[in-house]
Write a protein that binds this ligand. Structure first.
Ligand code: ATP
Ligand code: MG
Length: 408
């Protein structure tokens, strides 16, 4: 029996698991885990925490104060599959039982089913199943009215016996998965005030990309709340790369709409011309930002102008890699992610585009579009737009710098 005078919990720590990194070769894995640890350290330091780390196989153990807070921060780090707050004890079965029972008593009550998931690192001694059964029997004998259900239990508790000791925990807080931020180079993301592009940006981050955002401010052609909403999307996304400043470049495209109106460009072509202008601006900025691709929240068939035919015309001649992470998503799927990542706004205000025609062209003809671009002097417009940029930096969910607020 465990000595009742001695607390069997030696310490409480946070354990993070990573997933796909396992599939990499040893040197790549080492490199990626190094970046993952750097990202975790930066995120924790940003919230004023210094922690100690251990990295036994497949796991990251994080020791420090306020484990619940640490777990919340680490559960937002790309590459992490899930996070648990663990109680560490010895590998003695009596100690494991003594830690598991009070933990179970908090959430496991008469009438509920439960399962104990045992895991032993080594093959000698008790196996994982026996470990689960031992601890399970102890819980079963001490909490009346329980049933065991190994398939779909109401409550699960996990017992791990490892080289460094025993771990007991009963929650796995899901992380975002993906690859560590910074492992795949930089993408320039066209960020709007809407729902889609923040999700596209988040998905690009999730796959390891560092991000620069580009927003096109259409001035009086855009709804009154558009610029503020785009900046807010940028701010919200910065919590996902905590500890790393996130850059937003704002360029103006009001002159494009003025010119289209002045030159009497058929309104049905406005959307295609506007999107081509955005990509043209992105292509101009990529080099300066060190970006390897442009990404957008474009989606097939969501609005009349987003046809496959138009998407082809929009990208034609831009000559940089253009990726659309949401191309095949249903709107509901995108909204579900937006809610989960905190970018969804149920009352976004006036985001209407004043230039959208009633009947946008669904199959724009490339030659016609190119001729119209010549007519409106699109290269000269893009060059002029590049001379009047605003830079907004966000860090950990706050706007920390805005060139518009600097003295002129
Ligand atoms: P919604 O969620 O309302 O569909 P959206 O941002 O997807 O908003 P769309 O008109 O569907 O808006 O535009 C498609 C894509 O074009 C966006 O996802 C975004 O990548 C880019 N985009 C649109 N407007 C802007 C803008 N003002 N500045 C930068 N990029 C933009
Ligand atoms: Mg959209």
């Amino acid at each position: 029996m465990a000595d009742p005078e001695v607390d069997p919990v030696q310490e409480t720590l946070v354990m993070a698991r990573y997933g796909e990194l396992f599939l990499k070769s040893e040197p790549v894995k080492r490199h990626f885990i190094g970046l993952l640890l750097r990202n975790i350290r930066k995120a924790l330091a940003a919230s004023g925490r210094e922690c100690r780390f251990e990295t036994p196989r497949g796991r990251i153990l994080i020791y420090g104060s306020e484990p619940a807070h640490v777990a919340k921060i680490v559960s937002r780090i790309f590459g992490i599959v899930d996070v648990s707050i663990c109680h560490r004890t010895t590998t003695e079965i009596a100690d494991l039982c003594a830690v598991a029972l009070p933990l179970a008593q908090v959430r496991l009550h008469a009438g509920m089913s439960f399962a104990v998931r045992g895991k032993r690192q080594h093959k000698t001694g008790m196996n994982s199943q026996e470990l689960g059964m031992e601890v399970g029997s102890h819980i079963y004998d001490n909490i009346p009215g329980l049933t065991v259900d190994l398939d779909t239990p109401d409550y699960e508790i996990f017992i791990e016996v490892r080289d460094f000791g025993g771990l007991v925990y009963d929650r796995r807080i899901p992380g975002p998965g993906g690859l560590p931020w910074g492992t795949q180079g930089r993408a320039l993301v066209l960020l709007s005030a809407g729902i889609d592009s923040p999700v596209a940006s988040w998905l690009a981050m999730k796959r390891g990309c560092e991000i620069t955002h580009l927003f096109l401010d259409a001035g009086r052609w855009a709804g009154a709340d558009v610029t503020a909403a785009a900046i807010d999307n940028h701010r919200k996304l910065s919590v996902w790369c905590a500890g790393n400043p996130l850059s937003l470049v704002i360029a103006r495209n009001e002159a494009l709409f003025d010119r289209m109106s002045h030159k009497k460009v058929p309104p049905r072509y406005r959307c295609v011309l506007c999107k081509r202008f955005m990509l043209r601006m992105a292509a101009r900025m990529m080099k300066h930002e060190g970006a390897l691709a442009v990404m957008t929240g474009e989606n097939l068939g969501q609005v009349a102008s987003q046809t496959l035919a138009n998407l082809g015309v929009i990208a034609n001649g831009i000559n940089v890699p253009i990726l659309h992470p949401l191309i095949t998503y249903d709107k509901e799927e995108t909204i579900t992610i937006a809610r989960r990542i905190g970018t969804f706004d149920a009352t976004p205000g006036d985001l209407a585009c004043r230039a959208v025609p009633k009947m946008p062209a669904t199959a724009a003809v490339l030659e016609e579009i190119c001729a119209l671009e010549e007519q409106i002097g699109v290269e000269e417009l893009a060059a002029a737009a590049c001379t009047n940029l605003r830079f907004v930096t966000a860090l950990d969910g706050r706007i920390t710098a805005d060139s518009a607020e600097l003295p002129q």
